[in-house]
Design a protein around this ligand. Sequence first.
Ligand SMILES: *[C@@H]1O[C@H](CO)[C@@H](O)[C@H](O)[C@H]1NC(C)=O
Ligand SMILES: *[C@@H]1O[C@H](CO)[C@@H](O)[C@H](O)[C@H]1NC(C)=O
Ligand SMILES: *[C@@H]1O[C@H](CO)[C@@H](O)[C@H](O)[C@H]1NC(C)=O
Ligand SMILES: [Zn+2]
Length: 857
Amino acid sequence: MIFIHFLCAVISLLATGIVADRTTYRLPDSTFPVHYTLRIEMNPDLGSASNYSGSVAIIVNVHYPTDAIVLHADASLEIEQIVIWNVANSEPINIQSVEREAATQFLKIYTDRTMNQIEQYVLGIDFNGYLLRGGNQGFFLNSYQNEFEEDFYAVTAFEPTHARKAFPCYDEPMFKATFDVEIVCGRDYSVHSNAEPVDVELMGEDKQLVRFERTPPMASYLIAFMISKFDEEVREFDGLRLGMITRPDEDRSGDLEFAFQATRFAVDALQSYTGQRYSFLKLDQVAIDGFNGGLENWGLILYATDLLIVDPAADSWERVDSALLITHEVAHQFFGNLVGLPWWEHLWMKEGFATFMSYKLSLQFLPDARDLIKQQFYNDIWDAMYFDSGPTTYPMSHYVESPEAIGALYQKHIVYSKAAGIIRMMENAVGSDVLEAAVQNYIINHRFGTANPYKLYLSLDKFVGYQLPPGVHVGEIFHSWAAQAGHPIIHVERIGESDRYRLTQHPFGSCDCEGSRWWIPIFYTSYDVGERFAGWMPDTTDTVTVVMGGFLPLVNNRWQGFFRVSYSQQGWNEILNNWNSIDGDSRAKLIDDAFGLLWNLENTTEPLIEMLARLKTENDPLPWMAAMADHNLWKLVQLVKGRSNVESNVLQLARNLTRDMLSIFRDDMRGGSIAARRTALLWEERIHLIDNGRVEKSELHCPQMLSSQQLTELRCKAQPLVEMLNSVDVAMCFGGPEEYRQFLDNLLRNFKCPEVWNVILILLEKEIPFVDSFLQSLIDELSDMQNSVDPEPLEDFLKGATFFIYKPEHQQLYQKFVDSLEVISEVQRSNVKDLLDVQRNRVAGIIQALQEANRSM
Ligand SMILES: *[C@@H]1O[C@H](CO)[C@@H](O)[C@H](O)[C@H]1NC(C)=O
Ligand SMILES: *[C@@H]1O[C@H](CO)[C@@H](O)[C@H](O)[C@H]1NC(C)=O
Ligand SMILES: *[C@@H]1O[C@H](CO)[C@@H](O)[C@H](O)[C@H]1NC(C)=O
Ligand SMILES: [Zn+2]
């Protein structure tokens, strides 16, 4: 699954514990499903009512003697009848009692005798359900207007915990079983599911029964079916039928060409990379209006319409977005579907690999768009590093249980971008052929089953050799990155005039990772010897001495590893003296690191200002985009607001950079410069906003966000809003105080919904105009409703917010408010105050550094 990409950071509090896992949400493992026969019966006319009925017969193996079968069934399912019988002798087993648990969504069926390991049972359940309307999760009903009337279609999107809303099942990824899916519906609909249809039987006057081939063993979240009047275009490639399923009301034949080619390319490349054939005889892909990104249902992938259907005249940016998404979802057919997860804790395995493969494959598929794809990748990495150095980050492997907390794990920076960055770092260190061989070994060992990351590490151990220090296992190395939050910074210091360097590691930023150390691969480049690997820095030591040959060794060039680097004064000087002989990717990395270091008071103001001055003649988009990123220059502009002694200088710097960037990119029509041009134009508007108080609200930026419908629908469904906020320049969206006031009211009215916390943090991070009154209202509101808010998530929110409060008067206001809160404990209060102190010192330190730099300029 993937949410649509956006440039800016999203904060996820949920995953850091906003939903306290007090209950055990895990099913017992005493019984296992091995096969489901699932029948779903729809009304002959889908639009007539939302109800459907169904039955499921699950063949169950018993692992430990038990008198209970526990599985999932959402409260919205009406259970009509439950029967259990013994497969061997067809004897019915009496049911003693049935319990349903709302919090865990468990359906507990107690039998009057103990069921034994040697026996197999069939659990049969008849149920009624309701299609959800106006959403895109679970089993939902949508419609569109055709020439004459409104046409309805019903489709499923179960990942990660929504299958239980459609039918009773063991809705955890570990419980893989084969499925026979059968759908009864009106005759004028077409029906799709994961596998091929095997036969169609007419029923009654107006119904049909469509039966599908048996699936391979699979997790419930990957089951999918769709009942619609959509068109289907099918092409056969190498024995595989590729189908594109789209709304019938438009002629889109030419527009499907791109998706067919991208899919075919992805399937071929993945079969060859993994050494496995794709598991079904067909792969259907569906375009759904209003869908969010893509969803990798095995054999029946769903996409947002405009990401699957690409106009032949589309610019390279749109092609890149579409190719990245299609390759990501096709990669899941192997990573996640074929080899699954034992639990959501290691979600990064499937999302990280799908993301890593999507960049690899898109680069091969669209060689002309190389620069854009590379920029998108680096963009993801630097956003991820920024998030991962903040107080709300968490480890890639992150154990949670409740459905809400699992849903919140699907957040871009850690399980997608950071995980892809760590996999790429390992590939850079051990070699792409070693990684590929290990992946093949891992998949062949675990296909149709599940495997945790340690199984991958074992496979890697089989193929690595000299790339690792003797006696060290891949697991130790990978574990230091996957199990710890945050990432390191390495300080590089030359020893005398020798080619020996002292490297020191420590955790970077404000992550909650004091004392952590990592196994760090030391990549470097120097201009006389080229790219080299200097070996590993172990996670047991702070300091190592390494030999790096050549002149001006630059460590972690091209972001090969997921860590930051700082140099001594002499090192920075040498870098600046040789600036033009450094490659563009590394120049971007140096600028991003220097900003990151400034933010963490590592005294890089002077080299940073010098690097920014060099941009005047920079033609490569990447260093520009690093400098002008929201977490870099824009953040600095926010930070100095109201500090008259440095504000004017920083603003002038921003004006100058915007002017220079525009002069370089405004008329640059090279494909790789699209993003830089957009960034330059965005900054032009921002500078205009700063200089003139307000801009005309741009239709381009905030069409839907402030619509009254959006505001009414906000309620607890804040995810789309989170995404919208990330795709627009919030500072420009609010034309005036009136709209803004309305927006805020609505937001705060829904404060109890966990997602709303995210929205507020994003607003703070993105620096809304009217920030003074925003903070004041927020504080008033929170004080009033403190008793109805769970104190644990409240603390996380309060900690996260300190990170985005720059002005002394805001910090004071905030401090007072934290002091006055009655519902948090003294420990919690002092945790928040500590972070506020850190932030105060940080801002003061940066201002002082800027003042010193000013004087010396
Ligand atoms: C929907 O509900 C109606 C009224 O209870 C019932 O007659 C009909 O059979 C139900 N439809 C399905 C598909 O179960
Ligand atoms: C930062 O580095 C400069 C030299 O570039 C030095 O003069 C200054 O004292 C340093 N400041 C701190 C706080 O270390
Ligand atoms: C901005 O540019 C002007 C003229 O090009 C220059 O005089 C000034 O020093 C620059 N200011 C900053 C802060 O970069
Ligand atoms: Zn995904």
